[in-house]
Design a protein around this ligand. Structure first.
Ligand code: F6P
Length: 464
């Protein structure tokens, strides 16, 4: 079978330590290990000048090839266009999107530079799999350099509706470059529909049978591949994690009380301020829970140099202080707000300990925390998932208590229902969700995408 080349903004180099060994990293690493290959992308470091020759780390049979970004590239490509333009836009936050030509030029420059650096490493029969919004123009840059290999792309975030995408000054070029791939994968049918809408109504393209799209002079396959988790590993780990010191401490401190857990990168798309306000509403509306239920919010800082991320941090500190000040007692605090990350193993134990998983993003590509919370539960006494209808995971997890995260009363009522739900109903809902989590496991996601990519005829589906 052909060799695989994975390209992503961040690369999980094993010699850099276990901190990056998240689910996606493990899945991609396994795909590479099957037939050998290269994982190419940013090293996570900056240096005064762009790095010309990638740093190669061999961990048989995988070669990790990484490049440092210059400070300017980091600012314009990563902090700028990727995280101040595309990220808010793709999460329907036009109010936070910054459209800046210099950042856009930086985004294109890094994509060009990365493609030029990868070009000499590509063999004729390699298959390439590119990930996420940082690298949309990557394939078109490779095509310009004469690369005719199969190239697939998976978008981990939502794809916005046409009306939102049209606000991006460079929407045409971005959509055109997306069509330079042979296979484009989206998280949900909503995202695929939004892409189709743009292709038909703005790009003058066509939707053909068998999920094929013809636009900008190319034919490609665009499909839905909902990403998943390593279900069995998660189940095993969560049972063992109950013996971990941090989990035991939590259980001891909780006593008879119930905990609601939220785990998110500190990002405005996750709806954390709205969640805090809903929790306050819950205490107000259902005072019997005062003194008995707390929200534990774990939110490690993310993209901390981007102004909008600094603002949300300040907002949350003020909100948590306000709610704890108003409702807190000597021996009970309504909100436990932790600005730090925990190892995955410990988190699975936290999920298993907490009666409710509160996952209320305002918009999310998939949200794997929702699936991880489900997989970590004790089958005999599962907790309840309260899930935003705007998370990609809501499509599959229809047995969760689904909420509108903008509606505080709705979330407060769902929390009350979750806390008071009889065991029988908890079990039924959990079993139904587990079946779905199994159906879209991380292995299946990867195997499905790669088998479709590998079925692309040599030279692609042809030009229109
Ligand atoms: O799609 C979500 C995503 O951007 C991933 O690509 C990335 O691994 C994760 O969020 C964390 O973000 P960052 O790499 O900016 O820290």
């Amino acid at each position: 079978m052909s060799r695989l080349v994975v390209v992503s903004n961040r690369v999980a180099v094993p010699t850099d330590g276990p901190a990056q060994a998240g689910g996606l990293a493990v899945a991609l690493r396994e795909a590479l290990q099957e037939n050998g290959g290269i994982w190419f992308g940013w090293s996570g470091k900056t240096s005064p000048k762009p790095q010309d020759e990638p740093t190669m780390t061999e961990v048989e049979p995988v070669t990790y090839a990484t490049l440092d970004l210059s400070r300017r590239d980091h600012q314009e490509y990563y902090n700028g266009f990727a995280n101040r333009t595309l990220w808010p836009l793709f999460h329907y936050r036009l109010d936070l999107a910054d459209f800046n030509r210099q950042d856009y030029a930086g985004y294109l420059r890094v994509n060009t530079h990365f493609a030029e650096r990868l070009r000499p490493l590509i063999r004729e029969d390699d298959d390439l799999w590119v990930h996420d919004y940082h690298l949309i123009p990557f394939a078109s840059e490779l095509r310009r350099l004469g690369v005719e290999n199969r190239i697939g792309f998976f978008l981990h975030t939502p794809f916005p509706t046409m009306e939102v995408l049209l606000a991006l000054p460079s929407h045409d070029r971005l959509a055109r470059s997306l069509c330079a791939y042979d296979v484009v994968g989206f998280q949900t049918v909503n995202d695929l529909r939004a892409f189709h809408e743009y292709i038909v109504h703005e790009a003058g393209g066509e939707i053909l049978g068998d999920n094929m799209v013809r636009a900008f002079g190319r034919t490609l396959k665009a499909e839905v591949y909902p990403i998943g988790i390593e279900v069995e590993t998660m189940q095993r780990t969560s049972a063992h994690a109950m013996q971990e010191p941090a989990v035991r401490r939590l259980v001891k401190h909780m006593g008879e009380r119930n905990l609601v857990i939220g785990v998110d990168r500190l990002d405005y798309s996750k709806g954390i301020p709205e969640r805090f306000r809903s929790f306050e509403r819950f205490l107000e509306k259902f005072p019997a829970h005062q003194g008995k239920v707390s929200l534990m919010q774990i939110a490690p800082v993310s993209r901390g140099e981007v102004p909008e991320y600094k603002n949300i941090r300040e907002e949350l500190e003020a909100l948590a202080g306000h709610i704890n000040g108003v409702y807190g007692e000597l021996d009970w605090m309504p909100i436990r707000y932790l600005n730090k990350g925990y190892p995955r193993e410990t988190l699975t134990g936290f999920y298993r300990t907490c009666r409710v998983g509160l996952v209320t993003p305002l918009r999310d590509g998939m949200n794997l925390v929702a699936k991880e919370y489900v997989a970590s539960q004790n089958p005999h006494e599962p907790g309840v998932l309260v899930l935003s209808r705007f998370a990609g995971a809501a499509r599959e997890l229809d047995a969760a208590l689904q909420v509108n995260p903008y509606d505080q009363d709705n979330v407060a009522e769902a929390l009350n229902r979750a806390i008071t739900m009889p065991l029988e109903e908890r079990r039924e809902r959990w079993e139904s969700m587990m079946a779905k989590v199994h159906d879209s496991s991380l292995d299946k996601w990867r195997e499905r995408f790669l088998s479709v990519l590998r079925s692309v005829p040599p030279g692609g589906f042809g030009n229109a």
